[in-house]
Design a protein around this ligand. Structure first.
Ligand SMILES: C[S@@+](CC[C@H](N)C(=O)[O-])C[C@H]1O[C@@H](n2cnc3c(N)ncnc32)[C@H](O)[C@@H]1O
Length: 346
């Protein structure tokens, strides 16, 4: 991802970057008004949609015009608008819907942390606890609605992470895979569905795994999956042939990341393997960081939300894994945003 500033003057290019939040707020309005769900059955005029959503018709027409310009909707000859493939991803009833992620990442309680980014850069301290008085995970624990939104947001992208793993590695010879911090089990369910005979163990915080049974049942894989509630710093379930840490290590500073990796290694038999699934930062040596703005922005999101949470280069993952006692480390890039960092326990 990079801002397309081709042909713009430097001032215009910088101004375009600064107005980026206009786009995220237009997409948020589409999600809040549920426009994609209303358009799921076919084209509607602004007047129809205004009636269905209780919105102010002329203002809704202006929002729709913007959504057409952004490529989320298209116009038909009868004056209606319909969803493009991008807009379809905003429906709440499609597999891997983006709607929950949009609602989470643009939520005022998340953006308030971003507003304090200069302070995070000055001090290195996460701004989320400064603004909310508690850390991110504790906040989710005491705000069930926000917790549910975060879990749904993660689930929306989890099957893409499962597909990244399947693109990197053949899982047909694996007996049991343990997903550590696996959310509500969407990644695991995708793997179990795709690989007959594979068994799964899901570990996450109690309030998160409470919602896992529904996900596993819906995918028809609940009978091949054990759900465990717990704390990955304290203990990780033993007995797996493979262990997954998907978007876990990046949430934590090095000391905590090392503690999680060490807990995994303690649980693993010598022949077991670990797959760390993350957006690996390019090394600063000659790589085109401009083209890689996506992971660098995600890294700032980690700074805001978690302080020592951070995206890492392949070398940084390698160093952490070696410190936790892992060997045979390989970084496997995929065609997706995610890479798989594989390591053996022996
Ligand atoms: C960024 S989410 C990633 C979820 C999932 N692996 C995925 O790829 O969609 C991080 C997960 O770590 C879990 N988590 C945070 N602290 C934990 C802890 N101490 N023990 C177990 N899970 C924890 C969260 O509940 C959340 O589900």
């Amino acid at each position: 991802m990079s801002a397309n500033t081709d042909g713009l003057s430097p001032r215009a290019a910088v101004s375009q970057m600064a107005t980026g939040y206009w786009i995220s707020q237009a997409v948020r309005a589409m999600a809040i008004l549920g426009l994609a769900d209303h358009l799921a059955s076919g084209p509607r005029t602004a007047a129809d949609l205004a009636e269905e959503t209780g919105a102010h018709a002329p203002s809704l027409a202006r929002l729709l015009r913007t959504l057409v310009a952004l490529g989320l909707c298209e116009r038909d000859d009868a004056g209606g608008v319909y969803l493009t493939p991008l807009g379809e991803a905003m429906r709440s009833d499609v597999p891997d819907s983006a709607r929950s992620f949009v609602l989470f990442i643009t939520a005022p309680w998340v953006e308030r942390g971003w507003e304090e980014l200069p302070q995070a850069v000055r001090t290195g301290e996460p701004t989320f606890p400064r603004v909310h008085g508690v850390g991110f995970w504790d906040y989710l624990g005491v705000h069930p609605e926000e917790g549910a939104l975060f879990d749904a947001a993660m689930s929306g992208g989890a099957s893409a992470r499962a597909e990244a793993l399947r693109a990197a590695r053949d899982l047909s010879s694996i007996g049991t895979v343990v997903d550590v911090g696996g959310g509500q089990g969407r990644l695991l369910a995708t793997l179990l569905k795709a690989v007959p005979g594979l068994r799964g163990v899901l570990l996450d915080r109690p309030e998160v795994v409470a919602g896992a049974e529904v996900v596993l049942q819906a995918e028809g894989v609940a009978d091949r999956c054990v759900v465990a509630e717990g704390d990955f710093f304290a203990a990780v379930p033993p007995g797996g042939d493979a262990y997954i840490l998907a978007q876990i290590v990046h949430d934590w500073p090095d000391a905590e990341a090392l503690a999680i990796l060490s807990a995994c290694r303690r649980a693993m038999a010598p022949a077991a393997r670990l797959w760390v699934i993350e957006q690996v930062l390019p090394s600063t040596d000659g790589s085109d960081l401009h083209e890689k703005a996506g992971p660098t922005l995600l890294d700032l999101n980690m700074l805001v939300l978690f302080g020592g949470g951070q995206e890492r280069t392949a070398e940084e993952y390698r160093r952490l894994l070696v410190a936790a006692g892992f060997g045979e480390i390989q970084v496997l890039p995929t065609d997706t945003l995610w890479s798989v960092v594989e390591a053996m326990a022996h």
